[in-house]
Design a binder for this molecule. Structure first.
Ligand code: PEP
Ligand code: MG
Length: 580
């Protein structure tokens, strides 16, 4: 039976493929294909893991004290039985042999199948045995060695002739995990939780593959291997579509491809409005390896390098100065003389260092991470870490045009401490005789306090960049990663528009460059409005550049003045703008 699940559209386009369910962060394992000749080796890994777990359980059984509860021994027996049961032992091998999944993926996939079967059991006692299967699967995963399983190299896409495309379905995916899936085998993503500008959604968008988040029940309704259609424009997931619906979506998929090819032709067209206003379109990147994509998209530089992604998936070990320098050098070299805006690390909120997902963060660890030790607050609380990053950026500045951007500032005191740290980094490099360059210094305007004290910021900084994702979150008090309040996360809210307009106007009056690097910059619904506000610098995912350029090329800013005034005065700006 075909079902539809509604969520939030976060990355455009249509994806059609078979479902791969990732159960939870506990079974959050690497997903990659093994080569045909390596299949038996992978099966062997499974066998070894099973033997190791069997031994472990036997040992535990022997160690149970005489007077211990008999139930404990019985439980270990159940685990041993489950371990050898065909539904786990044989079926996991099948995933490896038939679909070429790696051993960890095979276990996670089979666990999902078995867990569903337990969920559907009438008998409560039997239903509760699901926890035992999960524990056995976890032991197996541990035996396989999680560390070895998380090698990013393993996730490279592979031409797997004849295989169906795959779509990943999960309750939640942390930004760190999403990063692992970059350049992976998946052609689409669906999650139960998350907001449109959650960092998980942002990384999905940067991958330019269709995604739907906040689809609440999706991971419960979808079964391993179901056929799925993701409509990334409408935010709809269709499970087991009928042949007619499938054909319709295949048609739309081809239309999207044609439209993209048409837009692609604009890549190297200069970006100028009909009335001759030059507009700068820059790229947002997450990793140094994204630099070539940014350049190929026609971007005239990088407006936001979110360096925190270089700090993730490292089991808590932070990159040292050399490693960071190498990353920044690679990005600068990749941009071939175009400017690169490097933002200091923005860890915290929905971007934890480790693999925690948003739910865990919100409910188990921190009640309100978005208001906590995040971004520059974290950097200033870790002076040595901050110094390493500043030194690495300054060294990269000797090799090309580098701008330094500071996230989440709200206090004069923070600004002064940042400037002192930069001066100290410069002096230490000079003392050591290490080559380094000058950087233009910019502030993210993403906290209402910053937007309301622009004169102070403009005195201290060479440029500003408006982070609309956070500016909306903090102005409206809406957690950007929480799907339950996503209907209130409103980029068209009159106060949000007034703040964005004020920041642009005041920066321009002070003769300082101003950019928007939040998701609003890559949303074609806002292009004309931002142009009308006077914005001439936009930074977005590389895949959005051609579409935004098309909008710019069609705009005559002279015709927008009256519409802007009416919109800013309106308490329903979206309607007023559309009606104008
Ligand atoms: C923003 O807040 O708009 C922004 C660009 O930063 P991030 O999305 O990384 O928080
Ligand atoms: Mg931000």
């Amino acid at each position: 039976m075909s079902i539809q699940v509604f969520g939030l559209p976060v990355s455009r386009g249509v994806a059609i493929g078979r479902a791969v369910l990732v159960a939870s962060s506990r079974v959050d394992v690497a997903h990659y294909y093994v080569e045909a000749q390596a299949v038996e080796h992978e099966v062997e890994r499974l066998r070894h893991a099973r033997d190791a777990v069997a031994q472990e359980l036997m040992l535990l059984k022997e160690e149970v004290p005489e007077d211990a509860h008999a139930e404990l021994v019985a439980l270990l027996d159940v685990h041993l039985m489950l371990l050898h049961d065909d539904s786990l032992a044989e079926a996991t091998k099948q995933w490896v042999r038939e679909r070429h999944y790696n051993a960890e993926w095979a276990i996670a996939a089979q666990l999902e199948v078995v867990a569903r079967q337990f969920d559907e059991m009438e008998d409560e006692y039997l239903r509760e045995r699901k926890a035992d299967v999960e524990q056995v699967a976890e032991r197996l995963l541990l035996a396989l060695g999680r560390a070895a399983a998380l090698q990013p190299e393993a996730l490279k896409p592979r031409d797997f002739a004849g295989e169906d495309p795959l779509v990943l379905v999960a309750n939640d995916i942390s930004p760190a995990d999403m990063l692992q899936f970059k350049r992976s085998v998946f052609t689409g993503f669906v999650t139960d939780v998350g907001g449109r500008t959650s960092h998980t959604a942002i990384v999905a968008r940067s991958m330019d593959i269709p995604a739907v988040v906040g689809a609440r029940e999706a991971s419960r309704l979808v079964r391993q291997d179901d056929w799925l259609v993701i409509d990334g424009d409408a935010g709809v997931l269709i499970v087991n579509p009928s042949p007619i619906v499938l054909e319709e979506y295949r048609f739309r998929q081809r239309q999207c491809e044609l439209e993209r090819a048409r837009l692609d032709r604009l890549r190297h067209t200069p970006c100028v409005t009909l009335d001759g206003q030059a507009v700068e379109l820059l790229a947002n990147i997450e990793l140094p390896a994204d630099a070539p994509t940014a350049l190929a998209s026609g971007a005239v530089g990088v407006g936001l390098f979110r360096t925190e992604f270089m700090f993730m998936n490292r089991e808590g070990r932070l990159p040292d100065e050399e490693e960071q320098f190498e990353g920044y050098r690679q990005a600068v070299a990749g941009l071939k003389g175009l400017p690169v805006t490097i933002r200091t690390v923005d860890i915290g909120a929905d971007k934890p260092l480790d693999r925690m997902n948003v739910h865990e963060l919100r409910h188990e660890h921190l009640l309100n991470p978005a208001l906590g030790l995040r971004a520059i607050r974290w950097s200033l609380s870790e002076p040595e870490m901050f110094a390493r990053q500043l030194r690495a950026v300054l060294r990269a500045a000797a090799l090309g045009k580098v701008r330094l951007l500071i996230p989440m500032l709200a206090h004069v005191e923070e600004i002064l401490r940042v400037k002192a740290a930069i001066a100290e980094a410069q002096e230490s490099l000079a003392r050591q005789g290490l080559a380094h360059g000058r950087v233009e210094l910019g502030a993210m305007i993403e906290v209402p306090a910053a937007a309301l004290m622009m004169p102070v910021f403009l005195r201290h900084f060479d440029f500003v960049s408006i982070g609309t994702n956070d500016l909306i979150q903090y102005t409206l008090a809406i957690d950007r990663a929480d799907e339950t309040v996503s209907h209130l996360y409103d980029a068209w809210h009159p106060v949000v528009l007034q703040l964005v307009h004020q920041v642009i106007t005041q920066a321009q009056q002070a003769g300082k460059p101003v950019c928007v690097c939040g998701e609003m910059a890559g949303d074609p619904d806002f292009t004309e409005l931002l142009l009308a506000m006077g914005l001439r610098s936009f930074s977005m995912h590389p895949s959005q550049i051609s579409l935004i350029k098309q909008r710019v090329l069609r705009t005559d800013t002279r015709t927008l003045r009256a519409r802007l005034a009416a919109t800013l005065a309106s308490d329903r700006p979206q309607d007023t703008w559309a009606g104008g």
